[in-house]
Write a protein of this length. Sequence first.
Length: 367
Amino acid sequence: MERNLNLRKRARKLCGVLGILTLLALAAACGKSTTEKWQEQYDLGQQYLLEESYEEAIVAFTAAIEIEPNQADAYIGRGDAYILSGETEEHLAQALADYRQVLELDETNVSAYLGIADVCIRQGDYDAALEILNEGLEKTGENEEIADKIAEMESGNIMDSSGNARRMSSYDTSGTLLWYHDYTYDEEGRQASVASYDASGSQTGYVEMAYNEAGQNLVGYWYPTSSGEVGSQVIERDASGNAVRETFYDAQGSMTDYQINQYDSAGNQILSKQYDSEGELTETTEYEYDAQGKETRRSYYTPDGQLTGYYITEYGLEGKRTRESYYGAEGQLESYRTYNYDTEGNYIGSERYDGDGNLISSQTYEN
């Protein structure tokens, strides 16, 4: 109830600001032609979008629409600004109305079809997103951008326009679906929940995230790669924000184990001790870092100190992780995972191989 009240207050405040600033903007534009007035407000809205000043962008685009209601671009800009200003039901509804208004003006507008699909994706209605995209593909004469978005959705790995994963699917080496996860996000763009499903679409787990005032997560999630069933990870932090204890629960809510972590003066985790649900030490992990503070090695030991295996992490020229290899106690390569990025440096997936280089599984985010 308190959250809904805050949202209503915020909406009333935004409406008041919109009204006042729109009048001021229109007043300042006196003496210019209609085209010049519209262009000025539209350009201002685009500048605010670049600056991530979304409420101001909404004001500017609204002023442009008041000046010339039949210009589709201002509706596209305002729809984008509504989505980016905070993912609330109200903002999504307003964005959807703007995108649909564009189609009233121009049924071949690619951005409108993609915008409507993006709203549907954020609402978790993937069937509706595919429906509008297929309609757009027909109306726009097989537009490549729309076709690419359809292919992404049909792959089972779906992103929103902000680059957030909404669905992640895992496949075996033959391309058969094993399981998938669906994600939601809060107004700040943080993951709010994750639900896991088996290949038939039956839900196998669900976790709601929680954060402290500094934005650090207090409740996260984990899952075994074999089944993908998500369980919760409850995190206790010290005054510096370091996760000193992590307690893990399975999809049914039963505690499986917990770990106690230690950090160096730079805040790097250097040691963790894993305990089972009965409090018995099961494993110790040591971490090593390079001069830039990137983890390079993670070694695992039995309770009596015997090395059982270790990971070596490699990085590319831009400092992004490119490969993580697991070796047995005798130094034999047992498996490895490669990480992939697009031309802009965004993570788009990974492949896992056995020690002989045979593909075991893959996870892909296509955008």
